[in-house]
Design a protein around this ligand. Sequence first.
Ligand code: UT7
Length: 352
Amino acid sequence: MLRAKILGLGSYVPDRVVTNEELAFLDEKHVRQPERQSETTDAWVRKRTGIEERRYVANDGETATSDLALHAARRALDDAGVTAEEIDCIILGTLSPDIHFPGTAIFLQRKLGIAREDGCACYDIRQQCSAFLYGMQMADAFIRSGIHKRVLLVGAELHSHSLDYTSRGRDVTALFGDGAGAMVLGPEETDDPRAGVLYTKVGADGTGAWDLHLKVFDVRKMPHFLRDEETHDPKNVYPQMDGKRVFLNAVRAMCMTTKAALEQLGLTWADVDWFVPHQANLRINEAVVQYAEIPPEKALNSIQVYGNTTAATLPLTIDHHRKKGTVKRGDLILSSVFGAGFTYGAAVYRFG
Ligand code: UT7
């Protein structure tokens, strides 16, 4: 039986560490000012989210999401022992694309040096915090059907340039960080039903579409980009979120999808090494661990040091714990995700 195997993993975060304490002093270009710019505190952010710090790119106008993706992709390719030329499909998830179009996967292809007349397939997916699992489902299907042989799956996010650093935006701004993670997947002929990607299930509930969104432009309007007076309306240019509704729906969906994954495969937590959930709020993950009856020692988080990096959280968290020696090749991982849309999903996969 042909299965999709995870051949390599890599991640990247920029060097600049922004603590909760520093966040309160950042202006709209995230430059530290002597005076407090926002009424937010380290104590509030730690207690309500578990976040202690996050990473930001340099604000020199030079770095794009595809650059973060490039670093992570190169590391995943090295880890897999696969060259960029061998990749026949790139799937990239982001809610912070380089520009409106073409997609960021195209820019990544160029930066990897593999853009050419008969270049590989490139997909951008816009499923926010659920993008990595949506992409894993696509990669798995492509590989098992023989459509593609070497898939580069990337989640990359550059949030720090589109956050509201005033008190008005403090609920959202406290959550997000910049970063990227990537996996290389390829075919493996095996009879082992627990090899590679075992299970993926994703879904969406559009009733939550406006509960977490960022507008920036409105295609119904002519011109579709925002006029001067509209660009000054923070509701149009910064992410808008009903935090409580997102929180409650996240806990419910992640519990449901986690339990369904185990049930579908006939597995228990004794069979699974790690629970690696999306990293939106440590309190969400702790509630899921409690209500879905997950052994707490199997739950891995990284939100404390990276914040929410949206499409990148899963590979970033796994790589973070691999570097610490916690996650090893051969481990079986269950992931569940929830994000804007609402979108959600779960997957069970063997790492390496
Ligand atoms: O990846 C998916 C995307 N997002 C999520 O999953 C986020 C889900 N939601 C959440 O994580 C939480 O709802 C938040 C962390 C965003 C907010 O936590 P909360 O416990 O739901 O707080 P709240 O919105 O009820 O706000 C309580 C108070 C408010 O002040 P008042 O109105 O009581 O005076 C907020 O304005 O806390 C205030 N507040 C803050 N205070 C200091 C909100 N953000 C901050 C902040 N610093 N950063």
